[in-house]
Design a protein around this ligand. Structure first.
Ligand code: SF4
Length: 78
């Protein structure tokens, strides 16, 4: 697990924001108002469900297993 995360103090309601740090991106500079990766936790969960269902539909459960299944960033211990 990575130990250094970019700061993000502008989108504390983002799914990837953990105590003012972005746990999704590796690079700094996305935290300005227009971060293209911003999603609320609810939006992220909806997108995750949609991806999960699509992978099951096309028989790619191997990818679900490979990338951690339904585990979310919130479930990961940082
Ligand atoms: S994805 Fe963008 S808005 Fe969300 S925490 Fe990371 S830098 Fe901030």
């Amino acid at each position: 697990m990575r130990k250094v995360y970019p700061k993000c103090n502008t989108h504390i309601d983002c799914f990837a924001n953990k105590d003012g740090y972005c746990i999704a991106l590796k690079l700094e500079g996305f935290s300005e108002e227009g971060c293209v990766f911003f999603k609320t936790k609810q939006d992220a969960e909806i997108a995750r469900d949609k991806s999960f269902r699509r992978l099951v539909e096309i028989g790619r459960e191997d990818l679900i297993e490979k990338y951690g299944g339904r585990k979310t960033h919130e479930h990961q211990k940082i």
